[in-house]
Ligand binder design. Structure first.
Ligand code: F6R
Length: 242
């Protein structure tokens, strides 16, 4: 595991953007695993800027996102599809058919999970996976529990996760209770992983993730055994680690 200490949020975003940029330059057919949320939003800004500067070409890149809320239309401003279109997809030359997220309005959510799992496999797995970290240690929407779930699956969101994400909605009641998420197996199957963490409110959980016991009650702790993990965190997030 490699830990990169960034001075602040902007530097964390720049360093992470540079890692993704290098991947796109190295292999123009890369499969990028993507995340949403506040931590990673500027990473997309870095990549969009590099594209605007003529440095990057996404025309053969495939993207697979970690997760999507169940019950939200892709045009809903808080859906993860909308976030990705708004922050990244519409700003670069990704082909829309090469951008993949679970479909939160699927009638049969279990079948949608199986479809998504097949899709990831058909793309040959993920070359570089971007992750944020939930305050409860979740990665994707793999919430703490007694077991690690391997494949894409439906989850009941923890109340703490809904409260944390309520900042993006009008009120807590509007935050969906269910989501579809890639499983731990698909995430750990990525050839390379970058975990991005910012802010002192994540310091305690980051310490547990990187140096505590590996347990499904801290889902991100499984990352300790990934063979190519880079953690890019700002000083506040690293304040409980030496
Ligand atoms: C989002 C995702 C989540 C977030 C995590 C942190 O696609 O997979 O695991 O990365 O909830 O969210 P922020 O960055 O908003 O604190």
């Amino acid at each position: 595991m490699k830990v990169i200490r960034a001075k602040n949020f902007d530097e964390m975003s720049q360093i992470t953007g540079d890692i993704f940029s290098a991947q796109v330059k190295e292999d123009k057919h890369s499969v990028l695993g993507l995340a949403t949320g506040g931590t990673v939003v500027k990473v997309y800004g870095v990549l969009a800027q590099e594209y605007a500067n003529g440095i990057l070409d996404f025309s053969h890149i495939q993207t697979v996102n970690l997760d999507e809320y169940a019950g939200l239309d892709p045009t809903h401003p808080q859906s993860y599809r909308y976030y990705m279109e708004d922050n990244f997809f519409k700003k670069v030359n990704l082909k829309s058919e090469n951008t993949h997220l679970p479909f939160g309005l699927a009638h049969d959510l279990e079948e949608e999970c199986r479809r998504y799992e097949r899709l990831i496999k058909s793309l040959g797995g993920i070359d570089l996976q971007l992750l944020g970290l939930g305050k409860n240690g979740h990665i994707g929407f793999n919430e703490p529990g007694p077991t690690f779930v391997k494949d894409t699956h439906c989850v009941e969101l923890e109340e703490g996760t809904r409260i944390a994400n309520a900042r993006f909605f009008d009120c807590l009641e509007d935050v969906p209770r269910k989501a579809i998420t890639m499983g731990i197996g698909s995430i750990m199957g990525a050839k390379k992983i970058v975990l991005c963490v910012s802010g002192s409110e994540k310091a305690e959980i980051l310490k547990a993730v990187l140096s505590g016991p590996i347990t499904p009650f801290v889902p991100g702790s499984i990352l300790q055994i990934h063979s190519d993990l880079t953690v890019v965190a700002d000083e506040e997030a690293l304040e409980m680690l030496n």
